[in-house]
Design a binder for this molecule. Sequence first.
Ligand code: AMP
Length: 278
Amino acid sequence: MRVIETAKGVEDAVTQYRQDGKTIGFVPTMGALHEGHLYLTDCAREENDVVVVSIFVNPIQFNDKKDLEKYPRDLERDIKLLHEHDVAVVFAPTVKEMYPEESDRKYEFGELETVMEGKFRPGHFNGVATVVHRLFDIVKPQKSYFGEKDFQQLAIIKQLVKNENIDVDVVGCRIIREADGLAMSSRNQRLSSSERKSSTLLYRLLQEAQSLKKNKTVEEVKQYISENIKQSDFELDYFEIVDSITLQPVDEWDSSTSIRGCIAAYLGNVRLIDNIAL
Ligand code: AMP
């Protein structure tokens, strides 16, 4: 496995793979890896000849400076894990290497970005699109793997690829959870032990939403969830019941064939997100 810090170094490596007729699967990450990330690399490994993983804490997608400062980092451990998962290249650039010049490009995603994360984290998806577009340019993968954990991000990346005519197959992978249901996230490391205990409520409520769907209206389920959050240690940003493709809120269960419940809430100063098929 090679750990490369420069874009030129990665470009040379992938050019060689391509000349050798090898297909490239790519997994972009911000490091502090957990089993959710490793599941993506395993999916990529199954469907491609070589796997490239990027580790880059992308400053321009953080709308909260404190969140960026506190974001966990452990490159040495990450490299060891990726080595064990048969990854060929780790791209670990500096900020200067990723952004030699300041980018003021504005990407447009229409109504996909006006709801949920887009609404609560201004500028976030522009930062995500900027970094993923640049990474796709460097790695030029045939397939790239993203977690459904960041459900809206997955939709945004699919739209980015369409808008920019990028020749890459975007693959969405299921959410990997802890034994008690909490969706794995690098930010979970920042939960205190009592917060970690409370954190399981998020997924429990999503599961409840799933069973309440049978005999309650969309509005009643939304109310039930927000009332339960209010009585908990969490502070709710949003709970939305949306069409899985357009991400627009639905008000009837039968107004869409595929519906997702998406939640974002703070536990102390850690912001957690999760979602479930409804
Ligand atoms: P991040 O390092 O948080 O930017 O995440 C990198 C990729 O891993 C994104 O595509 C995430 O959606 C995905 N990911 C993060 N957590 C999970 C999880 N628990 N299960 C599956 N994929 C995940």
